[in-house]
Design a protein around this ligand. Structure first.
Ligand code: B12
Length: 214
């Protein structure tokens, strides 16, 4: 990792909001890939999470970290949108939401944004979404892909319930389901009954492309 990259991770993790924003802007102005800048922020969030687990940080720090990330996201997103390989027409419909019991949405918002600029028609139904709401939206919006996001461990059960509800309504064969956020792996994918899992927004785009031939 380059020196500036490491400094950005440290500044965000150390809650040095003003300096973090200045450095992020400098890096973006200097031509650093905005997707890379967002990835560095995600790494910083892992450090924030560990400090929270260890009792060094508390809820206010989690909230502040989320705000810093939102602000850096707002700087980076317009630059990602200028990218020349952006497809002109919408490819397929993707429904996305954070499952019930879970309020984390920064990662979901990045995934939504990346799907959108990569040509998918994305409907984001927010946070703490009950299984029944996913079912209704599948009926109304008719997506080819459903993305379930969740960061908490308890989200795994909500994802499983959501997929079971989709199955119970006879809609399971109509959609490909991908899960993401937090500590998700193949074991969790099997547990929840999803078709795939992803670790970042790029995985979400690749999965949706593969599923829809886009
Ligand atoms: C910011 C934050 C918050 C903010 C959230 C603000 C918001 N608007 O989202 C606030 C303060 C609200 C919060 C609250 C809580 N939090 Co919190 N939070 C975090 C923190 C520090 C960062 C999360 C984040 O935004 N990361 C950055 C984004 C960009 O990354 P991401 O979410 O992983 O998303 C990427 C990928 O996962 C992926 N992705 C995401 N969704 C999807 C979907 C699909 C389909 C795909 C393919 C990919 C994908 O792509 C994204 C972009 O690359 C994490 C620690 C950490 N390790 O990150 C703890 C963390 C998630 N929180 C935690 C906890 C415990 C809580 C609280 C219970 C605290 C409390 N005592 O109240 C509450 C729970 C509230 C609730 N019911 O949800 C724990 C969870 C532990 C667990 N295993 O369950 C963590 C891990 C901290 C820790 N180590 O203890 N939190």
């Amino acid at each position: 990792m380059e020196e500036n990259e490491k400094r950005l991770v440290d500044l965000v993790a150390d809650m040095d909001e003003d300096e973090a924003l200045v450095l992020a802007q400098e890096m973006l102005d200097g031509g650093v890939d905005p997707v890379r800048v967002l990835e560095l922020c995600r790494e910083a969030m892992d450090i924030v999470g560990k400090r929270f687990e260890n009792g060094e940080y508390f809820l206010p720090e989690l909230i502040l970290a989320g705000e810093v990330l939102d602000q850096i996201g707002a700087m980076a997103k317009p630059l990602i949108m200028e990218s020349p390989d952006k497809p002109a027409k919408k490819l397929a419909r993707v429904l996305i939401g954070t499952v019930h019991g879970d309020l984390h949405d920064i990662g979901k918002n990045i995934v939504t944004f990346m799907l959108d600029i990569n040509g998918f028609e994305v409907k984001d139904i927010g946070i703490d979404v009950p299984a029944a709401a996913f079912v209704e939206e599948i009926k109304a919006f008719q997506p080819q892909v459903v993305c379930l996001s969740g960061f908490l461990t308890l989200a795994f059960d909500s994802m499983k319930e959501t997929i079971e509800a989709i199955k119970a309504e006879g809609l399971r064969d109509r959609v490909k389901i991908q899960i993401g956020g937090g500590q998700i792996d193949e074991t969790i994918r099997v547990y929840t009954g999803a078709d795939g899992y992803g670790l970042n927004a790029i995985d979400a785009v690749s999965f949706s492309r593969t599923c829809t031939g886009g």
